[in-house]
Ligand binder design. Structure first.
Ligand code: PLP
Length: 365
């Protein structure tokens, strides 16, 4: 299998196995490949994708990992692998909107019920867990970045025989390792920090080998396989992951301080302000949300920013702003205040971004 440790010609960047199939000279060789789960068809296994999977497993301290064609592909495969009709899920809120919609939409139609508990309501989790089959968690929580008290919650889940899945897109295997705090399987949208360049949509799941193995059937049959070229781009992204996260954090932390001191800003949501961040996070990253007076203020702020595009997703070089009222389904599901705006601080010069924020806010107060 391809690896950084065993290059073919001393190549610094890994080869891309841009092939859909692998051909064999004899039936016996083909049979051996199938039996040994060696590459024979890229939807099942591809060496470039496998190298990305092993790098993510190493980052998360996991035995194994499986890559998907999107974060939602990984989330959906994991939920379909472990849930049956009649099962109950306990999830924190707010989780990523796609996961929320999957749980309350398709999975509800298939007879899976979900109980949502506020991220910081640990007591609420302990009450909701008995009888649950699976916990679907995300920390820091999407949009508002509260930190979940994973250890006691995972312990209570395991006492009930429930599996603990956690979306760790924000922490990216660098800021936290949820498997070491009791999670059974971590899920990522690799489209964010793992890519880091806004040029890939991808996902990955990592954990104990037996759990990753259980993803094999939905992985093969739902067809959400990561393509080799995307895996190659992700391998390039991973090499600068830690550096990028530090740089994102530097700007976001300074911006959070500026925003907290500004009279037009009612509330600032920044993961490092959560009391549990010391226990679970090395440091915060690029995301800060703010609450402005109302929808008009949020619209005017977003429109006036010159160096932040209005857009979904995050994790790349470019700074982005997302007024949540412009995503009505998410905003309604979570009852977000009308003036809530999520900001991703990219890798542009910090001073330029801070000046831009001040200018956009100065018209509001
Ligand atoms: C973007 C995102 C997802 C979904 O990932 P895709 O790659 O867009 O399918 C899931 N969870 C979180 C936290 C995300 O930010």
């Amino acid at each position: 299998m391809a690896s950084y440790d065993e290059p073919l010609f001393g190549e610094a960047a890994p080869a891309i196995f841009q092939t859909s199939l692998f051909g064999f000279d004899t039936v016996a060789e083909f049979e051996r490949a199938v039996a040994e789960e060696a590459p024979y068809y890229t939807r099942g296994k591809n060496p470039t994708v496998a190298l990305f999977e092993s790098e993510v497993a190493r980052l998360e301290g996991a035995e194994a990992a499986r890559a998907f064609s999107s974060g939602m592909g990984a989330i959906a495969a994991a939920l379909f692998a472990f849930l049956r009709p009649g099962d109950r899920v306990v999830a924190n809120r707010p989780v990523y909107a796609g996961a929320h919609n999957l749980l309350t939409g398709i999975l509800a139609r298939f007879g899976v019920e979900t109980t949502f508990v506020e991220t910081r309501d640990t007591e609420g989790f302990l009450r909701a867990i008995p009888g649950a089959r699976l916990l679907y968690l995300e920390s820091p929580a999407s949009y508002t970045f509260e930190v979940l008290d994973l250890e006691p919650i995972a312990e209570a889940a395991h006492a009930e025989g429930a599996l603990v899945l956690i979306d760790a897109t924000y922490t990216a295997g660098v800021l936290s390792r949820p498997l070491s705090h009791g999670a059974d399987l971590v899920l990522h949208s690799a489209s964010k920090y793992f890519s880091g360049h806004s040029d890939v949509v991808a996902g990955v799941a990592a954990g104990r080998a037996e759990l990753v193995r259980a993803l094999k059937e939905p992985y093969m049959l739902l067809g959400a396989k990561l393509a080799p070229f995307e895996a190659w781009l992700l391998l390039r992204g991973l090499r600068t992951l830690e550096l990028r996260l530090k740089a994102h954090r530097e700007t976001a932390a300074r911006a959070a301080a500026l925003l907290k001191a500004h009279p037009a800003v009612r509330r600032v949501y920044w993961a490092e302000d959560d009391p549990l961040s010391k226990k679970y996070l090395k440091h915060g990253a690029s995301l800060v949300s703010i609450e402005l007076a109302d929808e008009a203020a949020a619209r005017s702020f977003a429109d006036r920013l010159r160096h932040f595009k209005v857009g979904v997703s995050w994790g790349g070089h470019e700074s982005l702003v997302l007024p949540l009222f412009a995503q009505p389904r998410v905003a309604r599901a979570y009852g977000f205040p009308k003036g809530l705006v999520r900001i991703h601080f990219g890798l542009e010069p910090t001073e330029r971004l801070l000046e831009d924020l001040e200018r956009a806010l100065s018209r509001l107060s």
